[in-house]
Design a protein around this ligand. Structure first.
Ligand code: FAD
Length: 281
């Protein structure tokens, strides 16, 4: 984006099939028209899509828009993570989204998750300032957090370890973000926290995903979306309107930019970005 102060980024997940990869190339080209600051590519829990993520990052990296791989320790040891980061460094990657990730289903025993602040510290220790580091933030609080205060404190821990920015889990209630920003400021967090925006594309997927990641769909919105169950086009139109308004409120309230969970689809996000007038900047 030419407007320096407003950051725009688009997140993809790595497709598993050739057809998915072909489709994503078209999606990416469409969204590149908006001159985002970067694309990001998710990393499966437990490193299960390590190669898919790496391959997509390598492929995207030859384009104009920078690409940021997501990364978590998963089941990997320090040597493997270091090797992967070295590959990213050699490929010219300049930004990493550093995460703890989740426990893959069916894995138990001695499997240990590594907290994101430890991954951030590890990257800074071995790679200095090579990468700009993004971390995750939860305005509605991480589902496993002991309490609100601790979760905000752990976010500060990620910044203290060397993170540069945070991107939030998605939410539909802008007050959750503004209140969270106040709480962050109170404990001395001064770094940018970018709202993560989820377009409303499919009601069933959205509720299933929201239940698992702890994102609240307000009752009024849930009931309204239910009424469009047999009319996907009306649901998309309504969703586009609601999410556009959410983004407007966030930007008017001082959000420093937007990070879109694209779900590998161009149109819903492109429409919202256009509605916001960000295509003209
Ligand atoms: P952490 O910040 O480590 O926090 C995890 C939990 O532990 C929280 O409850 C926190 O309160 C607590 N905690 C944090 N630090 C400490 C500490 N030092 N000591 C004790 N407790 C602590 N998942 C994927 O699998 N792949 C992805 O690509 C992916 N991308 C994401 C991108 C964004 C922008 C967001 C918001 C989430 C993403 N996720 C992804 C989901 C994320 O991995 C899960 O939410 C995961 O459960 C937590 O990861 P985290 O980095 O926030 O963990």
């Amino acid at each position: 984006m030419s407007e320096d102060s407003l950051r725009l980024s688009f997140e993809f997940f790595p497709p598993k099939t050739d057809e998915g990869r072909k489709k994503l190339a078209v999606v990416r080209d469409t969204l590149e028209e908006f001159s985002p600051d970067f694309f990001s590519v998710t990393y499966g829990a437990g490193g299960s899509t390590r190669d898919n993520t790496k391959n997509l990052v390598t492929q995207f990296n030859s384009l104009d828009t920078p690409v940021a791989p997501h990364l978590s320790f998963g089941g990997d040891d320090e040597a493997s993570i270091k090797a992967l980061l070295s590959e990213y460094q050699s490929a010219g990657v300049e930004r990493i989204v550093a995460l703890r990730g989740d426990m893959p289903s069916g894995v138990g025993g001695s499997y240990q998750l590594v907290y994101a602040n430890e991954l951030v510290a590890f990257i800074r220790q071995h790679f200095g300032d090579t990468f700009e580091l993004e971390v995750a933030a939860y305005p509605e609080i991480h589902p496993q957090a002991k309490n609100y205060e601790d979760d905000v404190r752990y976010l500060k821990g990620k910044f203290d370890a060397g993170a540069d920015n945070a991107i939030t889990q998605y939410f539909f209630n802008p007050d959750a973000y503004f209140y969270f920003m106040d709480q962050c400021a109170k404990i001395g967090i001064e770094k940018p926290i970018y709202p993560g925006i989820m377009p409303i594309i499919n009601y069933r997927n959205l509720t299933r995903f929201s239940d698992s990641c702890g994102a609240d769909i307000p009752r009024w919105l849930r009931r309204r979306l239910e009424s469009f169950e047999h009319d996907p086009e009306a649901l998309r139109d309504f969703g586009e309107e609601v999410v556009t308004e959410l983004c407007e409120t966030l930007l008017e309230g001082g959000a420093p930019g937007l990070h879109f969970y694209t779900m590998n689809q161009a149109e819903p996000v492109a429409n919202i970005v256009t509605n916001l007038g960000l295509d003209e900047q």
